[in-house]
Design a protein around this ligand. Structure first.
Ligand SMILES: Nc1ncnc2c1ncn2[C@@H]1O[C@H](COP(=O)(O)OP(=O)(O)OP(=O)(O)O)[C@@H](O)[C@H]1O
Ligand SMILES: [Mg+2]
Length: 296
């Protein structure tokens, strides 16, 4: 083999496995340490609404060992697709999140499937140098392939959530309209402040999203809204998600709410949220939006 051939071989070996795309993803962590407040429901339905109604290319990264994203979209997932589990990619020295991605039947909606081993990843990450930046590094190429990347975070503020916050432009906080609403929000607010001061200065609260909203509970709704305003004034979504059994049924059926019950309140609420998210993003980065419009 000539020296030129050897050099060619070396160059090929260090070339990235994936080509760069021409998009620049907006990354959003959906987080609350309180369980069952609608994080997964929001990741799946907001993500699919952006594909379905707005032609955006979306990746939903499941960081919860429970693997509910895959279950919630089960009917749209082809069987037998090969991928690398996300726990392996996060444990590798130079992992690439694109190795974990699978397509769904909904064009332009991709996900990373559930991975029970993420329970151990939480601990493994703890002993790694630069543990907060591992997802951010693994995400570099993926950022150029999508318009939006959502992280469905586990109900805790451990290393996986920290990685999601460090990799994100925004955090979206689902908040159930119950007396325990603050449980999921106050600690997250503290973590958010620390992350934005020390690790990711560009991180912003996109908004608090009221979920399982029941308009009949007037006193409770007013109380929670007033309290939330003290912390997040101007950062509460106009859209809210009403309590709606069709949402629950659609998750059991493994489809986004728009396919399962297109005219349901849940479908209408998540469409309104998608529109609001696009407006907020446009306000924040008009240059980027123009660039995206050009490349569409
Ligand atoms: N607006 C709603 N109306 C009725 N049911 C809902 C609504 N939002 C979510 N649910 C149901 O509530 C349950 C919990 O929702 P979800 O899994 O999205 O919460 P989560 O915050 O992701 O939970 P975890 O913390 O365990 O990950 C699910 O069964 C879901 O179908
Ligand atoms: Mg969940």
């Amino acid at each position: 083999m000539s020296i030129t051939d050897k050099l060619k071989g070396l160059v090929a070996a260090v070339q990235p496995q994936y080509e760069e795309g021409d998009r620049r993803a907006i990354t959003i962590a959906i987080s609350s340490q309180k369980g069952g407040v609608g994080k997964t429901t929001t990741a799946v339905n907001l993500g699919s609404a952006l594909c379905y109604f707005h032609n955006k290319k979306v990746l939903v990264v499941d960081l919860d060992p429970q693997g509910h994203v895959e279950k919630s979209l089960g009917s749209l997932i082809y069987e037998g697709i090969e991928y690398t589990p996300i726990s392996k990619v996060l444990a590798a020295k130079k992992g690439n999140i694109l190795d974990c991605v699978i397509r769904t039947e909904l064009e332009n909606l991709h996900i990373t499937p559930g991975d029970k081993n993420l329970i151990e990843t939480e601990t493994i990450l703890g002993s790694r140098i630069g543990k907060e930046f591992i997802m951010n590094q693994a995400l570099a190429t993926a950022r150029t392939h999508y318009d939006f990347i959502f992280f469905d975070c586990p109900p805790s503020l451990g290393n996986l959530t920290l990685n999601a916050l460090v990799s994100s432009d925004f955090v979206l906080i689902p908040c159930e309209m119950s007396v325990l609403a603050f449980e999921g929000v106050s600690d997250l607010l503290e973590t958010f402040q620390e992350v934005s001061e020390k690790l990711n200065p560009k991180l912003e609260v996109m908004g608090v999203l009221f979920t399982r909203f029941d308009s009949r509970n007037i006193t409770m709704n007013e109380l929670i809204t007033e309290n939330m305003k003290k912390y997040f004034d101007g950062r509460i979504f106009k859209a809210s998600i009403a309590i709606n059994t069709a949402i629950n049924k659609s998750q059991l059926d493994g489809r986004p709410i728009f396919q399962f019950a297109p005219s349901s309140t849940g479908s209408i609420n998540y469409q309104a949220l998608a529109t609001e998210v696009l407006q907020l993003v446009k306000k924040q980065s008009p240059t980027q939006d123009r660039r995206q419009a050009r490349s569409a």
